[in-house]
Design a protein around this ligand. Structure first.
Ligand SMILES: [Zn+2]
Length: 295
């Protein structure tokens, strides 16, 4: 199996068009990149070297939330700038970096390294919207680098959903965090979030409207570099035409099928699909019997 060096990854990033001074919002599937000489650290160092000290690297590094009220064990989990993220190996490598900053939001804690890192993180406060930090970097002409076979997200779709004010059933979730003063407070989820498996639906629209700056190889996988200002404009436009465009194709996805004001919300259909997905060997007749429709 090929082991990719930092030099090779830098060359791939430069071929994609990344350059000194870029503000890059990165989403990575480390599993698809292949074997790197020093794991996630190789990719991180390659990215930082490519954009230079004048550049800024940003990633989602959100932390766990729990159903409220918290149990006694969950009350011991208090978020601060060093709390690990549930967003994978790469962002946790960023969190360990000596020059990283973490946004001051208690849950949607972005991580950033570089020129604008301190400033943008300091502006993302406990009372900011969950994705507000991205609005700030879009104003600085940021680009999204999506690394992996599939579109994991170009960073702007949640912003478009918030902009159009789509409503969703509020989930009663939250966690404790340490404030700047050192007090411990409860933060609740008050933004929409939602399933990102449907974000791939926007890809043809990005292509047709020239939001894709480049596509190319990175390690053994594919990467796409997009203009975040353009992807946001396209998403807002297309969601105005079709508000369901961000829903995924999984008939058993609770988030897409049941939780939005404009979700299908067919409980019986969803129930069948959910059972079929989760109990593959279950016959149709058995499902009907569970619902007491037939004996
Ligand atoms: Zn979904």
């Amino acid at each position: 199996m090929e082991i990719f060096t930092k030099k090779k990854i830098i060359s791939d990033l430069q071929n994609l068009g990344l350059k000194k001074g870029d503000i890059i919002h990165v989403k990575v599937s480390m599993r698809s990149v292949g074997k790197l000489e020093n794991g996630a650290n190789t990719l991180l160092e390659a990215l930082l070297e490519t954009i230079g000290e004048e550049g800024t690297l940003v990633a989602d590094s959100f932390v766990n939330v729990y159903p409220l009220p918290l149990n006694s064990l969950q009350k011991l989990d208090i978020a601060d700038d060093n709390t690990p993220s549930n967003a994978g190996v790469f962002v946790n490598e960023m969190i360990k970096h000596p020059k990283m900053f973490r946004s001051k939001h208690p849950i949607q804690k972005f991580v950033a390294i570089g020129n604008f890192a301190e400033k943008i993180c300091a502006q993302h406060l406990p009372n900011s919207g969950g994705y507000d930090l991205l609005k700030n970097i879009i104003n600085l002409n940021s680009k999204n680098l999506n690394i992996g076979e599939n579109i994991i997200g170009v960073g702007t779709t949640h912003l478009a959903i918030e902009y159009l004010n789509f409503k969703r059933k509020q989930l009663n979730l939250g966690r404790l965090y340490r404030t700047e003063k050192g007090d411990i407070e409860l933060a609740k989820v008050n933004w929409n979030g939602g399933c990102s498996n449907g974000f791939v639906n926007f890809l043809p629209y990005y292509e047709n409207n020239k939001a894709i700056i480049s596509k190319g190889k990175l390690g053994r996988t594919q990467a796409i570099l997009t203009d975040m200002k353009k992807t946001l404009e396209i998403e807002i436009q297309e969601l105005k035409n079709n508000p369901s465009l961000f829903f995924c194709s999984n008939p058993a996805c609770y988030s897409c099928k049941m939780t939005w004001e404009h979700s299908e919300k067919n409980k019986i259909k969803f129930g069948f699909n959910w059972l079929r997905k989760n109990f593959k060997n279950l016959s149709f007749k058995r499902i009907l019997s569970i619902f007491k429709i037939v004996k």
